[in-house]
Design a protein around this ligand. Structure first.
Ligand SMILES: NC(=O)c1ccc[n+]([C@@H]2O[C@H](COP(=O)([O-])OP(=O)(O)OC[C@H]3O[C@@H](n4cnc5c(N)ncnc54)[C@H](OP(=O)(O)O)[C@@H]3O)[C@@H](O)[C@H]2O)c1
Length: 331
């Protein structure tokens, strides 16, 4: 049996219950995984309370176990699976409507698993997988970050923010980060932000314009949503790009094409669900993300770790917006 977090009714952290579930035996193409570290993502909060974008939320089965990523060991192998053996350490990070990572053991499609390189702990890997694969899509394809570019990045001390700022700096970009509170500034700077703006104390558009000599940034990455999205358009240079990838503060209002016309801006909405849907693309992103981890692009060992039994508290803290970096559950 596997201790598993189950949600039967959408709502606050209190709707998550611990139950025992038999994970079953792997069918064709599946692995049975004994999990050792589970990454938390803001998406888990959205699905649990019902605030994910409607097209994703409506695919959610009920009851469901939250969670999109984990690290574990192969315990049994289904028919037709190649490339894995019992005892292998693997990870997965999915955005393709296969929830269920909040458990001690589970079945999972082998073609969406990959080996975790030596030299990285289970907790570090779980803290990084989903976000590094997401960020890979945002900085290598959605927009190709180039040396000398300037980026505006919201929630720069958060989970995705920490990864994106470290990787973008490594690629030679200058990152201007925003945070909501002064106590997050140091973390954002240690992530590689050249400048950090506390947007609750200072006009981030005016300050960004000032830092870029009046020009504006080449690209803005926004996972905060309604609180900052619309104002951010004014901080982007002529012909620059807005990448919206999340809505932690709430879904953005619709905008009209005319809102983009005066500076000739481009706008895109990034979704890991789309970019990682095809297995080959997903596996290529995972390889690139693992290579970046091995190359030392990201700081390790600086995460918030909770026993699986304290999942409610972990969600309270993530949902509060006060956490920095990644949160990990350990079964
Ligand atoms: N498109 C994709 O495939 C994809 C993949 C992964 C994540 N995401 C999205 O990326 C965003 C960041 O995800 P994450 O897991 O790394 O979370 P996170 O950044 O660790 O936490 C969310 C951050 O958003 C900011 N925030 C602003 N208003 C908030 C509010 N009302 N409630 C809570 N937080 C608020 C907070 O930073 P400040 O206090 O500094 O503002 C908070 O730390 C989320 O919107 C998530 O859904 C999208």
């Amino acid at each position: 049996m596997a201790r598993t977090v189950l949600v039967s009714t959408l709502g606050g952290p209190e709707v998550m219950e611990m139950v025992d579930i038999d994970p079953g035996r792997p069918g064709p193409g599946e692995l049975l995984l004994r999990q050792t570290a589970i990454g938390l993502n803001f998406a888990d909060v959205h699905y649990r309370r019902g605030t994910a974008p409607p097209h994703s939320q409506e695919k959610l089965p009920m009851p469901f176990s939250p969670g999109l990523e984990a690290v574990g060991y192969v315990e049994a192998i289904g028919e037709g699976v190649t490339g894995f053996k019992v005892g292998d350490r693997i990870g997965y990070a999915t955005a393709t409507y296969t929830w269920g990572a909040y458990t001690e053991a589970r079945l999972f499609p082998a073609d969406r698993c990959f080996h975790i390189p030596e030299g990285i702990s289970d907790v570090d890997a779980a803290a990084l997988l989903y976000r590094t694969i997401t960020v890979q899509g945002m900085i290598r394809q959605c927009h190709v970050v180039k040396p000398g570019e300037t980026i505006l990045l919201h929630a720069a001390a958060g989970g995705v923010g920490s990864i994106l700022s470290q990787w973008a700096k490594h690629l030679g970009a200058t990152v201007i980060g925003t945070v909501s509170a002064g106590d997050k500034v140091e973390r954002a700077i240690s992530n590689g932000c050249a400048h950090v703006i506390v947007h609750t104390e200072e006009d981030f558009v005016a300050r960004t314009r000032e830092l870029t000599g009046g020009k504006g940034v080449d690209v803005c990455y926004d996972g905060v949503g309604i609180a900052l999205f619309h104002r951010s358009l004014a901080a982007i240079r002529r012909y620059g790009l807005m990448v919206s990838f999340g809505q932690a503060s709430g879904m953005m209002e619709p905008i009209a094409p005319v809102d983009l016309q005066f500076e000739g801006l481009y706008l895109t909405k990034f979704s890991g669900g789309t970019f990682n849907e095809h297995v080959d693309e997903y596996q290529a992103r995972a390889r690139d993300a693992m290579a970046a981890i091995q190359a030392g692009v990201f700081k390790l060992g600086n995460h918030l770790v909770y026993p699986l039994s304290e999942v409610k508290q972990a969600h309270v803290e993530l949902e509060s917006g006060e956490t920095v970096g990644s949160l990990v559950l350990v079964p």
